[in-house]
Design a protein around this ligand. Structure first.
Ligand SMILES: [Zn+2]
Length: 88
């Protein structure tokens, strides 16, 4: 079986890295960041591609303005949930 990859992971990780300091999180530690990352990926529809063919194309597609807005909304919602009940 050839490997497949969820390119949504890349898109969310990119945006989370860019926006983490701007998001209204109660705590900005790595643990809470990972919680937000996991929760956000659970909220968004995964986008699997066969590796490595087409990954750059799909990644570019996920970085369109509309996709970024959708991911940022999910990130903001996740930050609210994690901030209300941090795991430490
Ligand atoms: Zn924390």
């Amino acid at each position: 079986m050839q490997r497949v990859h969820n390119v949504m992971e890349d898109a969310v990780a990119d945006l989370l890295q860019q926006q983490w300091r701007n998001l209204p999180a109660a705590c900005h530690c790595d643990g809470c960041k990972a919680d937000v990352y996991a929760l956000t990926l659970n909220r968004l529809k995964p986008h699997y591609v066969r590796m490595p063919v087409g990954s750059m194309y799909v990644k570019a597609h996920l970085m369109t303005v509309q996709s970024r807005a959708t991911i940022l909304t999910a990130l903001t919602e996740s930050v609210k949930i994690i901030s209300a009940d941090p795991h430490h």
